[in-house]
Structure formats: C-alpha cells, structure tokens
Ligand binder design. Structure first.
Ligand SMILES: Nc1ncnc2c1ncn2[C@@H]1O[C@H](COP(=O)(O)OP(=O)(O)OP(=O)(O)O)[C@@H](O)[C@H]1O
Ligand SMILES: [Mg+2]
Length: 370
C-alpha cells in the first residue's frame, strides 16, 4: 500500500481520520440553510472537513472560495467569481447568467486547465474604488437556480484586513438576502475571525452559528491508524499510536508527519519515535531559531512559562517570579502579544500553536514540567 499519510495540504480518504460527528453536524447546518463560523487552530483540518462534506452532500450545490492571499476587494471578487462559476459546468449557460446579473464590470471567460470547468474572470483595476459586490451574489443565486447552495469562504478573516468596514457591511447585506444559501465562514486566526462575529460593533455580529473544530480523539486515531496498518498486512501497537498523538498534542498535521515517516519503517518502537522526533526538530531548527530571535525578552519568558506550567496557573506568583516577571501585567502583555502573533492559543489553557516548536523549546531550553 502506498504511504497513506500526508502532512501538507488538504486530505481525503485514506488520509482522513474520522470527524464523523463534525461531518454530520456541518451537513445538517448546511441543509437547514444555517450560516456557520468554522474556526480552529491552524492546520486542524477545516479545509479538509469542508471539502469532504461538499463532496458527499446531496441536493446542495457546493461553492468553495479560498480567500487566502487576497488583499483587497478586487481579489475578493476574483476569488468569489472563480468559485461560483465552477458550480456551473455549462459555459454557455454561465455566460448567459453573467450577462443577466453582472453589469458593473466586465467579465472574461476561460476554461480551468486542470478541472476543465468554466471560469468567469473579472476585469478590474486594482485601484478601483467601488465595485458592486452584490452582483456577484446575484450570480450565485442564478447559478443555484431553485436548488440550495452552500458557499464556503475559507480564510474569511482576510476580509477584516482589507481595512474597510463599509465592505463588511455590504457583504452582510448580501448574505442576509439569501434564504436558499448557507454560508460557511472558515478561518484559523481565532482572535481576528471570532471578533468579526462576536463583537457587537462589527457587521457580522451573530451572523453565523459558532462551530469550533476541536481535536480528533486519540481513540479515533488509534482506530484509523491501526486499520491502515492492517490493510497493509502489518500490525502496530496501539500504545505507540497514543504515544505519537500525545507528543503532537493531538495536532493532526503533526501526527500525519510522524506516521508518514514511520510508515516506511519495518517496525515501530519508542526509540524510533524518539529518533524521528529529533530528526523533525533538526529539520526545522533554523525556522525555530528565527522565530525565537524575533521575540522580545518578556515574550520568550512567557513562552517558557507556558511550556513549564502546561498552560495552567500561569500567573501564580512563584511561577511569575521563576521566569523573571516582576508584575502579572508584564506577563499578561507578553502572552497577549504571543496570541496575536499566533505562537500561542488559548483554549481553556494556554498552548503553543506548533507542538514541534514546543518540543524544540523543551529540549533546547531544558524546560521540564513541574
Ligand atoms: N480528518 C483528518 N484526519 C487526519 N489528518 C487530518 C485531518 N484533517 C486535517 N488533517 C491534517 O492536517 C493538515 C491540515 O489540514 P487542512 O489544510 O484541512 O487544515 P486547515 O485547518 O484548513 O489548515 P489552515 O489553518 O492552514 O487553513 C493536513 O495536511 C493533514 O495532515
Ligand atoms: Mg485551510
């Protein structure tokens, strides 16, 4: 059997583990035309989950729009039109619908060389000030006809960075008009995306049901991985699977990276996992050193404090003193900055976003748990 594990990009079977409940729940929300705010730590599987659900859903036209890398409204329009036009496989009909709905800017057509699907390409100058974004949504409605549609905006927090509150308001007005379309807003920069939907002063306040994507349970990893080994006529000790899941703090991409390498070994042992962990850390050493150098002294102290305490009781007086903080507010400010810079996430406890960076820190700085 070919190596089933993949730690870059979107995953599907056989590299997709479980998420049964999440698939069912997301499908249910879409079918009942609810808008959803899907968020998680980085690389937890949002995009893979959306595309998995989109592949299986029946009676709904799925539209996936990736906003990664977009820096302004013209980019948004381009990404949205590409996504929507891929939902209409007949180019003639697409051209007709574009003619009927889009009058505020001109559109060219092309065929995607990979998928063979038609793509509507807007002709917009980057500095253009006003763009009738509602026309794009009108096209979506026309493409879906009487059928339900689900539109996923991946990396939706990018919209907040375009810098214009009026645009967010305009977008909200568009999404509120469509009873037949369910929107999935996905993103990983929790502070940015949740603020868009939870802050009463923002346009998207309460516009979507919150759907935090949590870790996959260790038992689900055991079942999935043990089964892959069985299919390859091999066995693996369940305890070793749990051991890798623990080292990775349940981070799916990290677990896949370990098993991608372990798969090629005849037998797996704790010694081998140790060795592999060192290899993975070594490979990323320059990146970690660069990240470490970019931190202020107090941010470094705060990172060590989080690793040492396991993210709990951070502000206990003796913990603060042990890491050189004179006042709790010094530590709070540093932790807040680390969250903003995405080194740290708060999920009940404080955690480092990248489990391998955490291991590097533990090993290189000799930080043990109390
Ligand atoms: N259901 C899953 N089972 C096993 N591994 C998964 C699963 N979902 C995601 N992964 C792992 O996580 C990695 C990232 O997945 P994906 O790109 O879907 O996450 P994301 O949350 O959209 O990431 P980003 O924050 O970069 O947008 C995949 O390459 C894969 O290694
Ligand atoms: Mg993603």
């Amino acid at each position: 059997m070919e190596n089933p594990f993949s730690f870059s990009g979107i995953v599907d079977d056989p590299a997709f583990c479980n998420r049964e409940k999440e698939q069912a729940e997301l499908t249910r929300l879409i079918k009942t035309s609810q808008n959803v705010l899907l968020y998680s730590h980085r690389r937890f599987g949002k995009t893979s989950l959306i595309l998995k659900v989109f592949k299986q859903i029946r009676g709904v036209t799925p539209v996936y729009i990736d906003l990664y890398g977009t820096t302004g409204i013209p980019d948004f329009i381009r990404a949205a039109l590409t996504g929507i036009s891929a939902a209409e496989p007949k180019i003639k009909r697409l051209m007709q619908l574009v003619r009927e709905t889009i009058t505020g800017f001109s559109v060219n057509f092309s065929l995607d060389p990979v998928t063979g699907l038609p793509a509507a390409v807007p002709q917009l100058a980057p500095d253009r000030k006003t763009i009738p974004v509602e026309q794009v949504f009108r096209l979506a409605e026309a493409v879906s006809a009487k059928k339900k549609m689900a539109i996923a905006f991946d990396e939706f927090q990018e919209v907040a960075r375009y810098g214009g509150e009026p645009f967010e308001k305009q977008l909200r007005a568009c999404i509120q008009q469509h009873e037949n379309i369910a929107y999935v807003f996905a993103g990983s920069q929790k502070h940015l995306i949740t603020d868009m939907f939870n802050n009463a002063k923002r346009a998207f306040f309460r516009q979507a049901a919150s759907f935090p994507l949590e870790k996959i349970a260790p038992e689900a990893y055991v079942e999935w991985i043990a089964n892959l080994y069985r299919r390859d006529n091999r066995t693996i000790d369940n305890a070793l699977i749990v051991q890798v899941v623990r080292r990775c703090d349940g981070h799916p991409a990290c677990i896949q990276e370990f098993f991608h390498h372990l798969w090629d070994e005849k037998t797996v042992s704790v010694a081998l996992i140790d060795q592999l962990e060192r290899r993975i850390i070594r490979r990323r050493m320059a990146e970690f050193a660069y990240a470490w150098d970019s931190l202020t002294l107090n941010q470094r102290r705060a990172l060590k404090l989080i690793v040492f305490t396991g993210g709990k009781s951070l502000y206990a007086v003796d913990h603060l003193a042990a890491f050189g903080f004179r006042t709790p507010s010094q530590a709070t400010a540093a932790v807040d900055k680390l969250i903003e810079r995405e080194f740290v996430v708060k999920n009940g406890v404080y955690q480092l976003q990248d489990p391998i960076f955490k291991r590097w820190l533990e090993l290189s700085q000799n930080i043990g748990q109390p």
